[in-house]
Write a protein that binds this ligand. Structure first.
Ligand code: SIN
Length: 538
């Protein structure tokens, strides 16, 4: 078997492929995947597939922290209200209640796993971020929260003898004759392998790389979402892409994040004239929800004809190196001294709010297939994710998936795979990843309109369709084209502005659009989009 670019995945290439067997196949080795792995019973055989080397996903980059109502002035219902307000009317209140009420237990679980959170006088140190009405962001290593959580979960999984297979790229899922997820095609170090499982968990992260200005690392090409869509699963909320307001202006890919926690501690946004960007723009000023701050910045940048604004961290200069060591190091590398210089920033894509639609137990619309974390859409973020709810979602819903699998009977792996080539038959592809990314920045970014979205669709429609190639780079590109198209179709369909989806041709929020959009595959035809009331259980 080989991973050469000229071949296509077909039944013939799978016939002689080595077969791996397990009870639970987990695709993704970030906070979500490792929480599932470390919470499953010892009696199950678990395999974790990591797309690249361990740690190549978004989790180790997470800075600000993980939200939980653990302060003495806080409670889960206040955290829930903040989450629902940021979500602009279309989060699922039941899912939000699960997230926020299980958040303190999630922190306790991580501490038990070995995560060393920052403390003051023996109590968890709490910071503030946009959209939160209380200090409730728990952090580690100052601004190295994700890296510390990754370390502790990796050690916990390792100490249980669970295997993590590196350089293992998920190509497609295979269904049995009943339509249940039963197997997967995986390229391991470029070689085709078949995996048979009883349950699979897609915890493979978001699709931030479909934009050229992004904080998401190279691995974030949305493979889990694309694979689920091809297997017939519903995706939800795809039009909502979160742009983080304060991303360092730099040629680096991904671009370094300047955590919102700096504004939580007192840094402020200024334009090139030194004027405050958020003054008068929102009652919470610099700590308004992210969509509001990003939009205000883009509008101002367009009006002033500039491509960057500034984060003024001089008011917090004395705490920078101890409280924000990762950011201080990034700034040093480019010669910026936050005690003297303002930090050049602009918004960049940061988080895929949409993903594989799941229930609060992580179940997708394909039996035996679960999804969690950025790959999933359980309905907690609505139109705009509240800061630091993403690490939290990985832990809360990851633990629930483990419980659900442990209580589900029937672990047969004797499956007859369906006709694989037919399912993998066609997907649009482009060899020009750069073109897709720049076009998405331009026409499907913080500010959109019908004209730009239609131009994108026309561009995608010109890409030829072919069978799935036997080569990681080409499959990633096909996934990027597919997800870009689904984002654009969902954005065109939503004829209003809400949260992270702002259409300058329809700037108002429209009450009849207080629905989530689901999108699913109908053979080789155009995807089907349907509406779901936010309080309709997933
Ligand atoms: C940040 O530190 O600003 C990012 C936190 C998040 O994305 O929730």
């Amino acid at each position: 078997m080989m991973g050469d670019g000229g071949r296509f995945v077909s039944w013939a290439t799978l016939d002689d492929a080595p077969v791996l067997e397990c009870d639970v196949a987990i695709f993704g080795s970030g906070i979500a995947g490792l929480t599932v792995a470390s919470s499953l019973p010892d009696s199950l055989k678990i395999l974790v597939f990591s797309k690249g080397p361990f740690g190549d996903g978004s989790t180790p980059y997470a800075q600000g922290g993980i939200a939980a109502a653990v302060g003495s002035d806080d409670e889960p219902s206040i955290h829930a209200t903040d989450t629902l307000v940021a979500a602009v009317g279309i989060a699922d209140p039941a899912a939000v209640a699960v997230l926020t009420s299980e958040a303190p237990d999630a922190i306790a679980f991580l501490e038990k796993t070995g995560t060393k959170f920052d403390k003051i006088d023996g109590r968890l140190a709490l910071t503030l971020e946009g959209g939160h009405s209380r200090r409730r962001i728990v952090h580690a290593g100052g601004d190295a929260t994700g890296a510390e959580i990754s370390r502790s979960l990796f050690e916990a999984v390792g100490s249980r003898g669970i295997s993590i297979l590196n350089e293992a790229f998920l190509v497609d899922l295979l269904l049995d004759r009943h339509g249940h997820a039963a197997g997967a095609i995986v390229l391991i170090a470029g070689e085709v392998h078949l995996v048979r499982f009883s349950f699979a968990v897609l915890a493979s992260g978001g699709a931030g790389q479909i934009y050229s200005a992004t904080t998401s690392p190279a691995s974030c090409t949305g493979d889990g979402m694309a694979v689920a869509y091809r297997a017939g699963a519903e995706l939800a909320d795809m039009e909502f892409v979160q742009f983080h307001p304060t991303v360092l202006v730099s040629d680096r890919d991904p671009r370094p994040l300047i955590s919102e926690a700096l504004r939580g501690e007192g840094a402020v946004l200024r334009d090139g004239h030194g004027d405050l960007v958020m003054e008068g723009a929102h009652p919470r000023g610099d700590l308004a929800p992210r969509d509001v701050v990003s939009r205000r910045m883009v509008e101002l940048m367009v009006a002033q004809g500039v491509d960057q604004l500034y984060l003024d961290a001089r008011p917090i200069a004395s705490m920078m190196s101890a409280r924000f060591p990762t950011i201080s190091a990034s700034l040093r590398q480019i010669g910026v001294d936050p005690a003297r210089d303002q930090i050049p920033v602009s918004p960049a894509s940061h988080y895929s709010i949409g993903g594989v639609r799941t229930s609060v137990d992580g179940l997708t619309s394909v039996p035996r297939l679960y999804s969690v974390g950025e790959a999933a859409s359980v309905g907690i973020h609505g139109a705009n994710r509240l800061a630091s709810n993403s690490l939290l979602e990985g832990v809360v819903f990851g633990r629930r998936i483990a419980l659900h699998i442990a209580s589900t009977s029937g672990r047969s792996r004797n499956v007859d795979f369906e006709d694989v080539p037919r399912k993998l038959a066609s997907t649009r592809n482009s060899t020009d990843r750069r073109q897709i990314r720049l076009a998405m920045d331009l026409y499907a970014g913080v500010i959109r309109d019908r004209h730009g979205l239609e131009l994108l669709l026309k561009m995608f429609e010109q890409y030829p369709k072919s069978r799935v190639p036997c080569n990681q780079e080409s499959i990633e590109q096909a996934n990027m084209v597919m997800l870009s198209e689904l984002i654009v179709r969902s954005a065109l369909s939503r004829e209003e502005s809400r949260g992270a989806h702002f259409r300058q041709d329809i700037p108002d929020t429209v009450n009849s659009w207080r629905v989530r959009q689901l999108i699913s595959r109908v053979g080789d035809q155009e995807p089907k989009i349907s509406a779901l009331a936010p309080d309709q259980p997933s």
